[in-house]
Ligand binder design. Structure first.
Ligand code: NCD
Length: 323
């Protein structure tokens, strides 16, 4: 596991950067959810714009593709009245280190206030937070196979909205846990927020070694794993991160680990189905489940805006308290 120094908090324990769920605590996660709730409530009453970050410049530094995450960060920044510049930087795995620092130095020279970073290397956002000017906030929008903490927070927000509380919940995360930065952040957040049980359901080849150490129970089949579950989180097979054959075939995978209407019936009647997207219909989830009454997949996307507004405004505020 990556050992990272906790750069995220200022001397008063407030958020300054948002790099990982690891290193945060239940109170901070709850504060993010409550702040997001106030933004979501206002948007539902058609108040869409707040002057909180007027005059601030946010740069989306995306070294990896993204649709939802990038778009919702842009909307979140705009709704807080900040200016946002989105950079789509094609990069190869070898052009790290210096070129990354050079990009940062150039952006700093343009007097920006915040970087939202997505990168294929684990630890990239942390690296930038360590090297950037002290007045700049850094937010991790997904780093390699490490963490995707804003996705985990919008998932926690969605769960809290539909289930009201975390106590007593059984949550199953299903599929490619091995390559998933989303799963890592979710497992940490769910345990911090005090759910009853986090399960992972996957073939052995898609589970990290010693996955139990993350605080999960492990199941290798859906029949057993889905029993008594309140929240089901499906994950995409991250083929771009697989460098050998992890699976016999997609058809076979769907039969064993795909979520069909039939398998969904094993879980609790009021179980909800989640997915961070992009979904692969017929591979990890059937269309009827993805579009069905128990699916909250599109609510996750909408909630992403309010949650990212909360994280942008809280980190920007956290800098005021910094020495
Ligand atoms: C996830 C990601 O990029 O890690 N997607 C997302 O942010 N919505 C998951 C994935 O790519 O499967």
């Amino acid at each position: 596991m990556l050992e990272i120094e906790n750069l995220q908090l200022n001397s008063q324990g407030k958020l300054r950067h948002f790099l990982s769920i690891e290193g945060l605590n239940k109170d901070l996660l709850t504060e993010i959810l409550d702040t997001a709730e106030s933004f979501a409530g206002a948007s539902e009453q058609s108040i869409k714009k707040f002057p909180l970050l007027r005059g601030k410049t946010i740069v989306n530094l995306f070294f990896e593709n993204s649709t939802r995450t990038r778009a919702t960060f842009e909307l979140a920044a705009t709704r807080l009245s900040a200016d946002i510049l989105s950079m789509n930087i094609a990069t190869s795995a070898t052009s790290k280190g210096e070129s990354l620092l050079d990009t940062i130095r150039n952006m700093e020279a343009m007097q920006v206030d915040m970087f939202v970073v997505r990168h294929s290397l684990s630890g990239a956002a942390h690296f930038i937070a360590q090297h950037t000017a002290p007045h700049i906030n850094v937010i991790n929008a997904g780093d390699g196979q490490h963490e995707h903490p804003t996705q985990a927070m919008l998932d926690m927000f969605t769960i809290r909205r539909v289930k009201k509380q975390f106590t007593g919940l059984r949550v199953a995360i299903i599929g490619d846990i091995l390559h998933s930065r989303v799963a890592r952040s979710q497992i940490l957040a769910l345990n911090m927020l005090g759910v009853e049980e986090v399960r992972v359901i996957a073939p052995k080849s898609l589970l990290p070694v010693q996955v139990e150490a993350l605080g999960v129970s492990v199941y290798y089949d859906m029949q057993a794993g889905l029993k008594n579950v309140d929240v089901i989180i499906m994950l995409r097979l991250q083929k771009e991160r697989m460098n050998s054959a992890f699976l016999p075939s997609e058809n076979e995978y769907f039969k064993c680990f795909g979520l069909s209407d039939e398998k969904l019936k094993i879980a609790n009647k009021d179980a909800v189905v989640m997915h961070p997207g992009p979904i692969n219909r017929g591979v990890e989830i059937s269309s009827s489940v993805a579009d069905g009454a128990q699916s909250v997949i599109l609510q996750q996307v909408s909630n992403g805006i309010a949650v990212r507004m909360a994280i942008l405004s809280m980190t920007m505020n956290g800098n005021r308290g910094a020495e």
